[in-house]
Design a protein around this ligand. Structure first.
Ligand code: HEM
Length: 401
C-alpha cells in the first residue's frame, strides 16, 4: 500500500523534501520511537517562494483559527508575534519540538504539517499600516444567500494548520496559541478533516460530506496559467508590493443541509452537480478528468448537464476565466441547535485576486445554482497570505519590518 511503501528508506514528501526513515521505523535508527510510515515521515518545507498549505496536497486534519490583536498591541507586537510564529512553524514542520513542549506529538514525525499565516482587513488599521492594505482586501460583497455570523467571520490574523495526524495538528495549534501570548486572542476556531492518506487503494480526489468527488477541476500547478491565477506576481507594485508570491484566501464555513440532500435520489443528486457520484465523471461521460461537454443535449433535447448544475455555473469558461484553487476541509461539529447535523465544508479557496476568483463565481452561484438549496454560508473571511519566508526571514517581514 502507499502507506507501507515508505516504511524503510527514503521518503519523498509533498514538497519534494526527503526524510530518512530507518528499518526500525525510528527517525535515526536508534530504536527510539519515530514515525512508522511515509505518512508520518513526510516533511513540507517552511521556507520557499510561497507559504506551505496552498499547493500542498490536502491533509487529513485541519484547523482554521483567526486571532485579533489584543487592545494596545500594534505593529511592533505584531512583528514580534509573526517572528515567534514563524520560528515555531519552522521547527514543528521539520519534526522538532518547541521549548517547554507539551509532548502531544512526541512519537510522531512531521506528518506533512503545514502552517499558513494571513492578514485580515482590520489588521492594517490596528497596526498603522492602512496605506499598505491592498484593495484586494476590500470587503467581499454581500450575497443574497449569506447567513453569516460576524463572530465567526474575518479577524486581524488567520492561521491555517494542516497535518496528516490529528495529534500533530493539535500540537502545532496549541504551540501557536501559546506564542500569541498577550499580543493576540483567538477570535474563532474551526476544525476540519479530509480522508486519511492511504485509506483508498489508489490516489483519488477527496470526497465531501455530500459524497461527491470534490476538487476534480481545480487548476493544477502544471497548468501554464496556474501561477497567474493563484499567486500575486513577483514585482507587484503599490500597496501590495509586499504580497509578491502571496495569495488571497477566501474562507467560508458552508453548512450542508444533509437531511434534505440525502432525501434526493442519486440521479437528482448527480444532476445538481452535473457529475456522477461514483467516480466524479461528467454526466456527458468518460472519466473524472474528461472535460464537461456543456453543449451536449439528450434525447429530450435538453442539455445533459443541466443549465443550473453547479459544475456548469462555476466553470471558468462560464465566468470570463475566473478560477480559484479550492482546498477545503470537511467539518462536523455534532448536532446543531436546529436538531440537524452541524456539518459541511470549510471552503478555502486561493487566488491572486478575489475579484477574478471567488467573487464573480459566487455571484453567479448565488443567483441560484442547483446546489444552493442544500447549503448555507454561515461564516466568511478574506485574508492576505504573503509569500513564503526566505531563509533568515519571518512570514510577513516585508510588511512589518
Ligand atoms: C466544482 C461541490 C461550493 C466553486 C465542484 C464540484 C463539486 C463541488 C462536487 C465538481 C467537482 C470538481 O470539479 O471539484 C461543492 C460543494 C460546495 C461548493 C459541496 C459547498 C458546500 C462552491 C463555492 C464555490 C465553488 C462556494 C465558489 C464560489 C467551484 C468551482 C468548481 C466547482 C470553480 C469547478 C468547476 C469546473 O471548472 O468544472 N464543486 N462546491 N464551489 N466548484 Fe463547488
Amino acid at each position: 500500500t502507499a502507506g507501507a511503501a515508505g516504511a524503510a528508506g527514503l521518503v519523498t514528501g509533498a514538497a519534494g523534501i526527503t526524510a530518512a526513515v530507518s528499518e526500525d521505523g525510528s527517525a535515526n535508527g536508534s530504536g527510539a520511537p519515530g514515525a512508522l510510515t511515509s505518512v508520518g515521515a513526510t516533511a513540507v518545507a517552511f521556507h520557499g517562494r510561497h507559504q506551505s498549505g496552498i499547493t500542498t496536497p490536502l491533509q487529513s486534519r485541519g484547523h482554521l483559527v483567526a486571532f485579533d490583536l489584543a487592545p494596545g498591541a500594534g505593529r511592533k507586537e505584531a512583528a514580534a508575534l509573526l517572528r515567534r510564529w514563524s520560528a515555531t512553524a519552522r521547527t514543528l514542520m521539520a519534526g522538532g519540538a518547541p521549548a517547554e513542549d507539551t509532548d502531544v506529538a512526541r512519537d510522531a514525525g512531521p506528518s506533512s504539517l503545514t502552517v499558513t499565516f494571513g492578514f485580515g482587513r482590520t489588521f492594517f488599521d490596528r497596526t498603522g499600516l492602512a496605506a499598505r492594505r491592498p484593495s484586494q482586501l476590500d470587503p467581499l460583497p454581500a450575497f443574497s444567500s449569506d447567513a453569516l455570523d460576524p463572530k465567526r467571520s474575518e479577524g486581524d490574523l488567520w492561521v491555517q494548520v494542516g497535518a496528516d495526524d490529528s495529534l500533530v495538528a493539535f500540537h502545532a495549534l496549541r504551540a501557536l496559541q501559546k506564542d500569541a501570548g498577550g499580543a493576540a486572542r483567538v477570535r474563532w476556531q474551526m476544525n476540519g478533516f479530509n480522508r486519511s492518506a492511504g485509506a483508498t487503494a489508489r490516489p483519488m480526489t477527496s470526497r465531501n460530506l455530500m459524497g461527491q468527488v470534490d476538487g476534480t477541476n481545480n487548476p493544477r500547478p502544471s497548468d501554464p496559467d496556474f501561477d497567474r491565477r493563484v499567486f500575486v506576481p513577483e514585482g507587484a507594485s503599490g500597496p501590495q508590493a509586499w504580497m509578491a508570491g502571496g495569495s488571497y484566501a477566501v474562507v467560508r464555513r458552508i453548512r450542508m443541509l444533509l437531511d434534505d440532500w440525502e432525501g434526493l435520489s442519486r440521479e437528482k443528486q448527480e444532476r445538481v452537480i452535473g457529475r456522477r457520484k461514483s467516480d466524479g465523471a461528467p454526466l456527458t461521460g468518460d472519466t473524472e478528468t474528461t472535460p464537461l461537454k456543456l453543449d451536449e443535449r439528450g434525447p429530450d433535447g435538453k442539455p445533459v448537464i443541466p443549465v443550473n448544475a453547479h459544475a456548469r455555473i462555476s466553470a471558468p469558461e462560464q465566468n470570463a476565466g475566473a478560477a480559484m484553487l479550492r482546498r477545503p476541509f470537511s467539518f462536523h461539529d455534532g448536532i446543531g441547535a436546529d436538531g440537524v447535523p452541524d456539518a459541511g465544508l470549510l471552503f478555502v479557496c486561493w487566488q491572486a485576486d478575489p475579484l477574478r476568483g471567488f467573487v464573480p463565481v459566487q455571484r453567479k452561484l448565488d443567483r441560484g445554482d442547483a446546489l444552493s438549496p442544500f447549503i448555507r454560508h454561515e461564516a466568511s473571511g478574506l485574508f492576505a497570505v504573503p509569500g513564503g519566508a526566505a531563509e533568515g526571514e519571518y512570514v510577513g517581514q516585508r510588511l512589518l519590518e
